[in-house]
Every structure is written in structure tokens, then in C-alpha cells.
Design a binder for this molecule. Structure first.
Ligand code: NAD
Length: 269
């Protein structure tokens, strides 16, 4: 009663997991109640405070998400598609807001997330930053204003550990461009050109992925026509922007009815 919402971080040891733990620990609007990682991970059973130089002291990392969620109002999950599907069912059972930052889902996996959202607020976005969500809107507007004389290409760059391509953000931007143009992305998606591909098809939306070093995330939406080009660009230099967005979503979810939402809903865009 009057207590701050309790948050569980899943994928605690990950690049985003550690950012999220710091964001929740630093917040005066939420409290960290548990941290989860996969069975067999060497963080399991250890005190977060010792693992993270003081942050999250007293919270023991567990591999039992159901127990972790027992006293939680929200679960923030930046893991992998299969793990997130399992978490969705548990979050539904616990009636906890499920914030999903995980990317790389197949269409079938996205469909499989829906049943859980009948029991809790499920907020999923390929990118939780304010900047990228604004860029998505700009992309839709620009695409709506231009015809097929303008080729649309999405170019993204990420660190060398990223496992999926195109990035979740690139797909979000592609969807926005397709929506603006009034077409279905799936029928116009052109990814992975290599070899004698033939000339570019008018109306396609192309994707290119760069992987290297420690790049946090960079996205260009290029509109190219004869004689001129427009480039909309977002550069993330700090993962904290995604963690802040995810925490905002977890708090926003506390006042929502069950259903599927995205960051546009959270940010009121
Ligand atoms: P990472 O590999 O560093 O971390 C993933 C973590 O998940 C690891 O700690 C791993 O042990 C854990 N994990 C895997 N299976 C698990 C399970 N069954 N139960 C509990 N934990 C499990 O990856 P990362 O860079 O932190 O990215 C994670 C995901 O978040 C990726 O899909 C990435 O694309 C996405 N991402 C999204 C945004 C966004 O704003 N939406 C931003 C950055 C990254």
C-alpha cells in the first residue's frame, strides 16, 4: 500500500540487463525486487551488489522467474525471443506489466505473444528511446509525402555481438515508411543484397546492416531520388536511453488495462 511498483529485471547480466538494474536502482519511482538470468549462468545465486559494484545489494540473482514475479508489478525483459515467450506466460499469471525490449522475433513468435496480453499490459518496442520513436513518426510523414520516384533505404549499424539483422529498430522504421506509403512491408522488403541481384525494384524498401566494434545503435532512413536525397538519422551513444524508456513503460503500464502496447502509446506520440 503506497509502495513503489516492484520491478523484476530478466537477463540481468546482459548489456541491457545491467543498464536496467542501474536505472531502477537510481529511480525514486520504482524498486528492484528481483533479477533473473538463465539456468547455469554464473550470476545465478550471487548477490547483485557484489556483481555490480554495490548496485542492487541484497538482491540475489535467480533462475526461477515465477518466484521472482510473485511480488512484482512489472517485468522488464531484454533477452531473446524464446526466453521472452516463456516470460510472457509467467507475467500474465502474475498480472505484471511485461515490458519487452527483445528483438529478432519471427512472425509466429509475435503472434504467440498475444494470448498473454489478455491478462496483463504488454509493451513491446524494437527501440525504447524517445529519439527513435520520434524518428519513426518523421519517417512515416516523409514517406507519405513522397512517391515511388524516391527509393527508401534503411541503413543500421550495431556492435559486433548483435545476433539479429535487420535490427528491431530498422524494422520499425521500415514499417513506418511502408505505412506512410500505404504498402505492406513484407511485399516490398529487400534485405541482404549480394551478387547479381539485378536493378533495384521501384517501391521496395531496402535494408543494410553494418556490424562492428561497440557501436550502440545508428539508423539512417535514406530517401533517394534523381538529383536529391533526404537522410533522417538517429545515433544512440548510450544504452541508458533504452533503459530509461523501458522503466517509463513499466510505470506507465501500472495504470493500463490488459492489452498490447508500444512506445508510441507510452510516450503519447
Ligand atoms: P545480451 O546478450 O548482452 O543479454 C541477454 C541476456 O539475456 C543475457 O544476460 C542472457 O543470459 C539472458 N537470457 C537469455 N536467455 C534467458 C532466459 N531464458 N532467462 C533469463 N535470462 C536469459 O544482449 P543485449 O545487448 O542486452 O540485448 C538483449 C535484447 O535486447 C536483444 O534482443 C537486443 O536486440 C534487444 N535490445 C533492444 C533495445 C530496445 O530499445 N528495444 C535496445 C537494446 C537492445
Amino acid at each position: 500500500m503506497g509502495e513503489l511498483p516492484g520491478i523484476v529485471i530478466v537477463g540481468a547480466s546482459g548489456r541491457m540487463g545491467q543498464m536496467l538494474i542501474r536505472a531502477v536502482a537510481a529511480s525514486d519511482k520504482a524498486r528492484l525486487v528481483a533479477a533473473v538470468d538463465r539456468s547455469g549462468h554464473d550470476w545465478v545465486g550471487q548477490d547483485l551488489g557484489e556483481l555490480m559494484g554495490g548496485t542492487g545489494r541484497g538482491v540475489i540473482v535467480t533462475d526461477d522467474p515465477l518466484e521472482a514475479m510473485a511480488n512484482a508489478q512489472a517485468v522488464i525483459d531484454f533477452t531473446a525471443p524464446k526466453a521472452t515467450l516463456a516470460m510472457a506466460e509467467l507475467a500474465a499469471q502474475a498480472r505484471a506489466t511485461h515490458v519487452i525490449g527483445t528483438t529478432g522475433f519471427s512472425d509466429a513468435e509475435i503472434a504467440a505473444l498475444e494470448p498473454a496480453s489478455r491478462h496483463c499490459a504488454q509493451i513491446r518496442a524494437g527501440n525504447m528511446s524517445l529519439g527513435v520513436n520520434l524518428l519513426t513518426q518523421l519517417t512515416k510523414k516523409v514517406a507519405a509525402a513522397l512517391d515511388e520516384e524516391w527509393d527508401i533505404e534503411i541503413i543500421e549499424a550495431h556492435h559486433n555481438k548483435k545476433v539479429d539483422a535487420p535490427s528491431g529498430t530498422a524494422l520499425m522504421l521500415g514499417e513506418a515508411a511502408a505505412e506512410g506509403r500505404g504498402i505492406a512491408l513484407e511485399q516490398h522488403r529487400d534485405a541482404g543484397r549480394d551478387g547479381m541481384t539485378g536493378a533495384r525494384k521501384a517501391g521496395d524498401i531496402g535494408f543494410s546492416a553494418i556490424r562492428g566494434g561497440d557501436i550502440v545503435g545508428e539508423h539512417d532512413v535514406l530517401f533517394a531520388a534523381a538529383g536529391e536525397r533526404i537522410i533522417l538519422r538517429h545515433i544512440a551513444t548510450d544504452r541508458a536511453i533504452f533503459a530509461r524508456g523501458a522503466l517509463k513503460a513499466a510505470l506507465w503500464g501500472q495504470t493500463q488495462t490488459p492489452g498490447q502496447y508500444d512506445m508510441m502509446d507510452v510516450l503519447g506520440l
